[in-house]
Design a protein around this ligand. Structure first.
Ligand SMILES: Cc1cc2nc3c(=O)[nH]c(=O)nc-3n(C[C@H](O)[C@H](O)[C@H](O)COP(=O)(O)OP(=O)(O)OC[C@H]3O[C@@H](n4cnc5c(N)ncnc54)[C@H](O)[C@@H]3O)c2cc1C
Length: 345
């Protein structure tokens, strides 16, 4: 991109979201540098319109057209901001691909992000829902997030404590109209004990014949596992896990586990328990069901899929029916993980 930004109107979004919903945006701006943000945001045609930032669209469901400005950050440098010997501070810009960052850090001999390999999306979206997989979360390694503050019209630098990271949650997710993440800073160690808390990762490494894996080998195992377990958005539209794993008090989890042997429960140090949403959905007999082109993946019950030309409204309707079935059977309400645009859940 040579210009600072490009703007189109009535922009089709089908190729810009992994669920492949054929929605449109009234305006679409692709911006090459955060320096151009004040000029873009100040254009008179955008005055008073809602704004949403779009990365790779791998965690959004467009339930309707977006009658406002969709802004795509396209700045994507990455560098070591400070070498501390046994660790390094890495600063990555919002438009860099997440998996490209994972690869880059591993190639620099830095550990930490290996369990998060192959998560789709851009770096700027990683803090929004504090991406996580296989027992790791991005927030473990984020030291600060730089973001354009639309309220005060300045670039702010939020240290980790101000980001209010939680399970698939952050200050940015809570206040989407305020923040445009411009860069993320990570502190990554040069070596560490691999995080092998997940049986699936351990088994994959065993199958690969690796008893003492390097971080790059853990990433390789995670990639193999993900390619096998998750439907590929290049082949079938999806947004990964559609529902968060419900978190319930221990007493409630005990009652459910006693009534439903086999229900996977992960206990945290704080006494709360995470239930497997995939198991709950499968137990309702919903894995693989299809209503027109909207479906529940036959490969993974937590993933909703677009078999072809499902509308966002049809997928949302199916998601609500899945959540209703789980609630009726188990008394637990599932919450969606992706941002739902143009409707509430
Ligand atoms: C096959 C598949 C597997 C997945 N697996 C995982 C997984 O294991 N773990 C996990 O946590 N997620 C997973 N996801 C979800 C998704 O990959 C992540 O949430 C990712 O971070 C989304 O990145 P994106 O660039 O596509 O963001 P988008 O989908 O474009 O946006 C997501 C949200 O973040 C906001 N946003 C994006 N960029 C910015 C920015 N720069 N500033 C402010 N707001 C912004 C958007 O407005 C929106 O609300 C998966 C998705 C798919 C399709």
């Amino acid at each position: 991109m040579t210009e600072a930004f490009t703007v189109t109107s009535a922009a089709p979004l089908r190729d810009l979201n992994t669920l492949r919903i054929a929605a449109a945006a009234r305006w679409l701006a692709t911006v090459a540098s955060p320096v151009a943000l004040p000029e873009v945001l100040g254009r008179p045609e955008f005055d008073g319109l809602p704004l949403m930032v779009l990365g790779q669209g791998s965690n959004v469901l467009f339930a309707a057209d977006f009658e406002g400005l969709v802004l795509r950050p396209a700045w994507s440098c990455v560098r070591i901001a400070r070498d501390e010997g046994d660790a390094a501070l890495v600063r990555a810009e919002a438009g860099l691909g997440w998996d490209a960052l994972v690869d880059w850090t591993l190639a620099q001999g830095l550990a930490g992000l290996e369990n998060l390999a192959l998560i789709p999306g851009l770096v700027g979206a990683a803090p929004i829902q504090n991406i996580g997989a296989y027992g790791a979360e991005a927030s473990e390694f984020i030291t600060a997030v730089e973001a354009w503050d639309r309220r005060d019209s300045v670039v702010a630098r939020l240290p980790r404590a101000e980001c209010r990271f939680a399970y698939r949650d952050s200050a940015f997710k809570q206040d989407p109209d305020r923040w445009i993440v411009t860069a993320v800073e990570f502190r990554l160690p040069r070596s560490r004990e691999p995080n092998l808390g997940y049986a699936g990762v351990r088994e994959e490494l065993e199958a690969m014949g690796l008893a003492q894996p390097t971080p790059a080998q853990v990433a390789q195992a995670v990639r193999r596992l993900r390619r096998r377990k998750l439907p590929d958005p290049a082949l079938i539209g999806n947004a990964g896990s559609f529902f968060k794993n419900p978190v319930v008090p221990a007493a409630r989890a005990d009652v459910l586990a006693a009534a439903h042997p086999g229900l996977p429960v992960r206990r945290s140090a704080t006494g709360e328990c995470k239930l497997s949403a995939a198991w709950l959905i499968e137990a309702c007999g919903l894995k693989g069901i299809r209503e027109g082109d909207a479906g529940v993946s036959a490969q993974h019950a937590l993933v909703l899929v677009n078999h072809g030309s499902a509308s966002g409204a049809a997928l949302l309707g199916l998601a609500r029916r899945v959540a209703d079935s789980v609630e009726q059977r188990f008394g637990v309400r599932l919450e969606p993980e992706p941002r739902i645009v143009g409707a509430s859940f």
